[in-house]
Write a protein that binds this ligand. Structure first.
Ligand code: ZN
Length: 576
């Protein structure tokens, strides 16, 4: 081994050790080394003892000494590593105003989280951590009628958040806080800032569109209090009365003028999943959300710019109550090419049975991405890339795939899989073949897999993918990966036949295809992103993989193991 190679290893080990508290890791060092010096790939296996030796040496050196070494020899590397680590989110506004930064995620448990929500979750969580603050999860489940919560989704959202690595410090459920909203509503009525409006919505809209107040607005407070009590007592039916917040009737946006804060809901007809028919008066979004942001001490509200109008509405509420509105960061829309992230569309697809569940691979839910083998780190990286930018961003699948590929490639075991298998009879074999192939070509320490091709009287059978038959028929010679070479394929009395033509890899001209033993294999079903499936056979070693493992089918792509039984391994396709 040349001195130059040793020096390259030392560099990779020192830099890696500096990054990880003085402990360099064999796999990481090897990965970085081979990334920097691809010409060493062919001898990766022989390099391991030397890499181990250098790592032992480096790991027994003090971290100060390592820094000194790196600064002397590879200053550029050191600053490159630093840059990656120091990559940060842009600062939040006005942090100096607050003792503790408190952020929140406020999902409605009427569905699971999707990529769009993940942005709010990751940014809110990571900002709270960045400022050593607090991250709150608040379930906004105060619409028992149209955006009705479902019991199972509270826990599914918690699962999504844990998976994303967004642990929360406190949790609130709005349907447990109705008494708080009633108190606030009461205060608003008493101060004349709120009034109970008996107009039907059409009548009301006509008036405010002309900047006119409805006849209820100027009734005296006593009468308003009576109406409010009447609402609580259940003496109004659904649609007969709403509590409105007084705003500026000249506001340029008619949707902001005297917005509705509380309404009557017939919970006998549409009971709430958690509190049933106990309450008949429910807050609308802007009252519940606005009140809670203040009462829970939220300092920074981080959300999509579609909420800008809601902020304008809530500022009136805050003014009536003498509160100060939190700092708000509104980011632009996040689109993913070829994927619909609209929650209502996804819910509709689920209701109509167009998709099979919230983790159907066609959906942009976190559950679907998780099932397909995307890692939470990929989602986090993606969100850090777009950050809280106010402009709209479109991400391509290629971008998401490539982030994920970088993370799974070093750990995914490699296997042969042949979709639509075709049996080939091979003659002229000199012997039975046992081949040992690495589970990962760059990291031999991940172990091996063994495949057997037993020869009887110089004959053997194997499976290849139907898609490769044409290659086998057209080429003078084709190489079976890790095995031997075949001559041109012929079809004789409906049998596919070929002949062994040696083991040499010297020519390098022959196309290389994967194959599967004809006796020792397992049935495989891969669910594709469009929910169709690809069926075939894989080498039997695949059965040793655990559910959740991400593997690579050579020449096909990365897949996540979804289910393993004795005669079938089911997987989900992630990307190529
Ligand atoms: Zn009215």
């Amino acid at each position: 081994m040349s001195e130059q190679t040793r020096e390259l290893i030392r560099k990779a080990a020192v830099i890696n050790a500096i990054k990880h508290d003085g402990r360099a890791d064999l796999q990481a060092v090897l990965g970085n080394l081979l990334g920097d010096a691809p010409e060493l790939r062919s001898q990766a296996k022989n390099l391991i003892p030397l890499v181990r030796e250098v790592i032992d040496e480096v790991n027994s050196t003090s971290i100060d000494k390592l820094h000194e070494l790196a600064l002397q020899n590879w200053p550029a590397e050191l600053s490159r590593e630093k840059k990656e680590e120091e990559r940060e989110l842009p600062p939040l506004p006005n942090v100096e105003k607050y003792k503790t930064i408190i952020t929140r995620l406020a999902p409605n448990p009427d569905f699971v989280l999707h990529l769009g929500n993940a942005r709010a979750a990751v940014l809110s969580h990571d900002y709270a951590r960045m400022y050593r603050g607090k991250f709150i999860v608040r379930f906004e489940d105060t619409d028992p009628r149209l955006k009705k919560a479902q019991l199972g989704y509270y826990e599914k959202i918690r699962e999504d958040l844990r998976w994303l690595g967004c642990e929360w410090d406190e949790e609130y459920i709005q349907s447990e806080r109705l008494h708080i909203y009633y108190e606030i509503a009461n205060a608003l009525v008493k101060s004349g800032a709120g009034y109970v409006c008996e107009c039907n919505s059409e009548q009301f809209r006509k008036l405010v569109n002309k900047n006119q107040s409805c006849p209820d607005r100027d009734l005296n407070v006593d009468l308003q209090e009576k109406r409010w009590q009447k609402m609580l007592a259940g003496d109004y039916r659904e649609g007969e009365a709403v509590l409105r917040i007084k705003t500026d009737l000249l506001h340029p946006n008619p949707a902001i003028r005297d917005w509705p804060a509380m309404r009557v809901i017939d919970t006998v007809k549409t009971p709430h999943p958690r509190v049933g028919s106990e309450f008949n008066v429910w807050p609308l979004y802007n009252l519940a959300s606005g009140v809670d942001d203040h009462l829970l001490g939220i300092t920074h509200v981080i959300r999509g710019k579609e909420h800008l109008t809601n902020m304008d509405r809530q500022i009136y509420l805050y003014e009536h109550l003498g509160w100060e509105y939190p700092d708000a960061v509104h980011y632009g829309r996040l689109k993913v090419e070829g994927m619909n992230l609209s929650k209502s569309k996804m819910m509709k697809a689920l209701d109509t049975g167009e998709v099979t569940g919230t983790d159907d691979p066609r959906l942009g839910t976190l559950a679907a991405l998780r099932r397909r083998g995307f890692l939470p780190e990929t989602i986090r990286k993606l969100i850090w890339e777009v950050g809280p930018k106010p402009v709209d961003v479109t991400i391509s699948w290629d971008n998401i795939d490539s982030l994920n590929r970088k993370l799974v490639d070093p750990v995914a075991h490699r296997y042969f899989f042949v979709p639509k298998p075709e049996l080939i009879k091979i003659s002229g074999l000199p012997r039975t073949y046992y081949v040992k192939l690495p589970l990962h070509p760059q990291f031999p320490e991940q172990g091996n897999r063994t495949l057997e091709v037993p020869a009887v009287d110089g004959e053997a059978t194997i499976f290849v993918a139907k898609a490769d038959l044409q290659t086998l028929q057209n080429q003078q010679a084709t190489r079976l990966m890790g095995l031997f070479n075949l001559n041109q394929l012929t079809i004789e009395s409906n049998e596919l036949r070929s002949r062994y033509v040696g083991e040499s890899t010297a020519s390098g001209q022959a196309p290389i295809i994967q194959w599967v033993p004809s006796h020792n294999n397992v049935r495989v079903e891969v669910t594709l992103p469009d929910a169709t499936s690809m069926k075939g056979l894989a080498e039997s070693g695949l059965k040793l993989e655990k559910v959740g493992a991400i593997i690579q089918f050579i020449r096909i792509g990365f897949c996540r193991v979804d289910q393993v039984t004795d005669n079938l391994v089911a997987l989900y396709f992630a990307h190529q």
